[in-house]
Unconditional design. Structure first.
Length: 131
């Protein structure tokens, strides 16, 4: 798990979020509301597919506009098997980690792969790659 994860605000522009992703060398950022609570995740793919490819202006589209439903999360004490089930079930490669209502980190596919044995890693990759 990566700790010390910074959020992008629902009001921040996609351009601001992209710059933050670049400066932090990450492909996704949690989206947090005014209350500091997790509202969703924004990925570099979201920016490309939902903004750039649609001809929208990343300087006027807000991160909040790209949120879709409730964020898929895991608990701070969930084990690798539960994380794998959640990732595979929701077809996500990154999961925000919540302790109570607080965002404490993000678990990426690579983090889980390092914690699993080789057959399980293959199962995770297959589950995330197939439609």
């Amino acid at each position: 798990m990566s700790t010390g994860v910074s959020c992008v605000s629902t009001r921040d522009t996609v351009m601001d979020a992209a710059r933050k992703m670049a400066s932090e060398s990450v492909g996704a950022l949690p989206i947090c509301g005014e209350d500091g609570r997790l509202k969703g995740m924004l990925t570099d793919r979201d920016i490309v597919v939902k903004v750039l490819a649609q001809g929208k202006d990343p300087q006027t589209v807000s991160a909040g506009e790209l949120m879709q439903g409730e964020a898929v999360t895991i608990g701070a004490d969930d084990d690798a098997a539960e994380i794998m089930r959640t990732m595979a079930g929701h077809k996500v490669r990154r999961l925000p980690v919540i302790d109570g209502h607080d965002l404490v980190g993000v678990v990426a596919q690579a983090d889980v792969a390092r914690a699993l044995d080789h057959p399980q890693v293959g199962q995770l990759m297959e589950a995330l790659s197939n439609d």
